[in-house]
Design a protein around this ligand. Sequence first.
Ligand SMILES: Nc1ncnc2c1ncn2[C@@H]1O[C@H](COP(=O)(O)OP(=O)(O)O)[C@@H](O)[C@H]1O
Ligand SMILES: [Mg+2]
Length: 212
Amino acid sequence: MTRGRFITFEGGEGAGKSTQVGRLMARLAPVLAGRGQGVIRTREPGGSRGAEIIRNLVVASDAENWSPVTETLLMYASRSDHLENTIRPALAAGDWVVCDRFADSSRAYQGAGGGVAPDFIEQMDRGVVGDDQPDLTLVFDLPVDVGLERAFGRGLFETRFESKGVEFHQRLREGFLRICEAHPQRCVRIDAAGTLEEVEARVWAAVEGRLL
Ligand SMILES: Nc1ncnc2c1ncn2[C@@H]1O[C@H](COP(=O)(O)OP(=O)(O)O)[C@@H](O)[C@H]1O
Ligand SMILES: [Mg+2]
């Protein structure tokens, strides 16, 4: 059984990740079905029963409830359960996994945004994710004001990170771009400006070029 491929979507709020995960699923499913492979859609934090319980703890709480270090631990606890119960079983069965946010969000939000030491995050990543790194990470990049406007339009502006202020989101964007530069084998920067169709075409070009 050929192991499936693991694709993650990363980037700031309102960049269009969740919208484009749906569009990629629609294009990918028939192609993979033709090869006898499936594809699952999942997300972080969450994506398994235990991880969703942790997600509810984190997302439902006030922004200042936990320190960035504590948040990092909760995110990796959730990620560990997600890998064990959803991601690894699917990949082992030969199916592809498309995940809406993954470990780079910890690096960007808790690391670049929250000031958690990169070494601390990388040590945990080796222990929890280990060799199951994504095969391809699409980093959605958009000017901060455009992203926040989109997120605002969606009516979710009051949620934890979206309410943190422009400076935080600027650090976040720079953090994601640095991750892209540090992992060129794995990451592709996706220009998230433009129409839904234009962004969909950029995503498909990256997936087709790298994995199909
Ligand atoms: N290319 C685009 N142009 C204009 N609006 C978009 C585009 N992509 C997404 N949106 C809208 O922006 C909002 C945020 O999109 P979403 O996919 O939820 O972003 P994310 O998951 O990255 O936070 C949604 O209302 C969505 O319809
Ligand atoms: Mg989303």
